[in-house]
Unconditional design. Structure first.
Length: 502
């Protein structure tokens, strides 16, 4: 059985900051929602309410879009030099670093993420994302083109306009800056809707943006629910682009809303059911560590989680034994405790959804190698769970569980690994573990996914684009590709000689 350290014992409360910001952030001010409604955000360690924040609705989104439009059409932000925008973004990055502890603590009490990981890695990384795009803000250049007629053209990359960012709860602060940073660098103005489960760090970041000098109206935050505030963004006639991360189901709704409103542009980063393929020549011990981390990091609430682990038959039994031993040593408990590897699932819904998948797996005939149960007297803790005897057609092998639940499977040949790796409607990521260059090349080119990790997993960086194939969505985040997702291309054509008009 997986080790459960202290999901049920004393809570680590010393790091919890005061919650200073609970209202909508519109035009540089914190304001109540027009309806006066509020929503409760809960601590997944206990299920208790930690704060009540304003619940934004369509009217609040309308107001935020109006000020964002004004800031785009007449305000300074799109008209500043890239260098000046970059300077403000650098200042914001420094403020994020300075407040890393508070931001990490807010994400921990809101979502159950590991505090120490947030403070030392995720939040500093979010600050670096700002720096990456701050550096790119003055490098937005078009081309000069000699046309085949007696004309020349030049191209201009212009900011796309008012952007809506709809973000999920699994990486609240990281996602906020993954979307906001390139949009700011491009000169866009925006309305951000954090997930209803995790509104706190987004409001705090809005406050830091104001301190850094981001002009009023450029960055607005509407906390609220998906079907109301989120849907008001995706169907808004005056929003030029929506960038969404979340479920494939909601991604489809957003695409429908875009199609039936103003044909706004979209970036959709959706679900995944990523394979981690481990070949016979792998170091079994290291591969087992990678596989466990690949599914349990951030309690499996990761769109690129390696939820299908395919192991070649020659090492399968040894791998299985090691994996079971390692799962026993994996510590589930209070995410403020530095000795803990895995905190609680984000909320009761997600907790129940994961447990129902586990039940389904057992009913379908898969065998539990490890875990399978909730743990702790309160809160939403689940043991690291590993199923064997899983067939590709089982629900647990097909659907995104978004929890610490792995399907471990055996394969014989490279061809079989490729076919089964691709046997999913998703295509977000895949991992390959092998020392054989030919196998690595063949498999990485054959798997239909947006990111392939060779002999590593979960390695994301600002300079490396990231996004989905198939039903995992389209468009790319991070890298210069993400900056271009917030720009549009204009061609300006002129005669070379002072002669004909055509
Ligand atoms: P979701 O897709 O419902 O929520 C993501 C965001 O979309 C939230 O901000 C939410 O308020 C908003 N949203 C919801 N309905 C909307 C609508 N009709 N119009 C516009 N915006 C809307 O995700 P969830 O319900 O929180 O989780 C369900 C499943 O989604 C999870 O179990 C997991 O499989 C998947 N998920 C994936 C990711 C990812 O990173 N790819 C992140 C979160 C959840």
């Amino acid at each position: 059985m997986a080790v459960q350290s202290n999901g049920n014992s004393e809570l680590f409360t010393c790091k919890i900051p005061d919650i200073k910001f609970t209202k909508l952030f519109i035009n540089g001010k914190f304001v109540d929602s027009i309806s006066g409604k509020i929503l409760a955000t809960k601590d997944p360690r206990t299920g208790e309410v930690i704060a009540r924040v304003a619940e934004g609705n369509k009217e609040d989104v309308d107001l935020a879009v109006k000020v964002a439009r004004e800031a785009f059409n007449h305000g300074p932000w799109p008209r500043l030099s890239g260098c000046a925008r970059g300077k403000i973004m650098m200042k914001l990055a420094d403020l994020v670093d300075k407040h890393a502890e508070e931001l990490a603590a807010l994400d921990t009490i809101d979502s159950g993420k590991l505090f120490y990981f947030g403070k030392s890695i995720e939040i500093p990384q979010a600050a670096n994302t700002l720096r990456y795009y701050a550096g790119a803000a003055d490098k937005i250049h078009g081309q000069t083109l000699k046309m085949s007629s007696q004309h020349q053209a030049y191209t201009l990359w212009e900011p796309i306009g008012v952007v809506g960012h709809i973000i999920p709860w699994n990486f609240p602060c990281t996602m906020f800056f993954t979307k906001v940073a390139p949009a700011l660098a491009a000169g866009c103005t925006m309305v951000v809707k954090p997930a209803e489960q995790t509104p706190l760090s987004a409001l705090y970041c809005a406050h830091l943006a104001k301190l850094a000098g981001v002009p009023d109206g450029v960055l607005n935050v509407i906390t609220g629910f998906g079907p109301t505030a989120g849907a008001a963004i995706s169907s808004h006639m005056d929003i030029d682009k929506v960038s969404f991360t979340g479920s494939t189901e909601v991604g489809r709704l957003i695409m429908q809303a875009a199609a039936t409103s103003n044909l706004k542009q979209l970036t959709l980063e959706l679900g995944g059911k990523s394979p981690l393929i481990i070949f016979d020549d792998a170091d079994v011990d290291k591969a087992a560590d990678l596989a466990l981390f690949g599914i349990c990091f951030n309690k499996g609430e990761v769109c690129v989680a390696g939820s299908r682990v395919l192991v070649q038959e020659g090492i399968y039994e040894e791998f299985k034994k090691k994996l079971a031993e390692k799962a026993k040593k994996w510590v589930v408990g209070d995410p403020f405790n530095p000795a803990v590897h895995q905190g609680p699932q984000v909320d009761e819904n997600q907790f129940n959804k994961i447990l129902s998948y586990i039940k389904h797996g057992k009913r379908e005939g898969a065998t539990l190698l490890a875990g399978g149960k909730p743990c702790g007297r309160k809160g939403y803790y689940i043991e690291p769970t590993i199923f064997t005897d899983v067939t590709d057609d089982m629900l647990i092998a097909r659907e995104e569980i978004f929890g610490p639940v792995m399907s471990l499977m055996k394969f014989k040949t490279t061809e079989e690994a490729i076919a089964r790796g691709n046997a999913t409607k998703y295509g977000l990521a895949a991992g390959i573990v092998t020392k054989d260059l030919n196998v690595a090349n063949t498999v990485s080119r054959s798997i239909r996914a947006g990111v392939i990790w060779l002999n590593c997993y979960f390695v994301l960086g600002d300079d490396c684009p990231y996004g989905g194939y198939k039903m995992s969505g389209f468009g790319r985040e991070l890298g210069t590709e993400a900056l271009h997702a917030y720009l549009q291309l204009k061609s300006v054509v002129t005669p070379i000689y002072n002669s004909p008009w055509f």
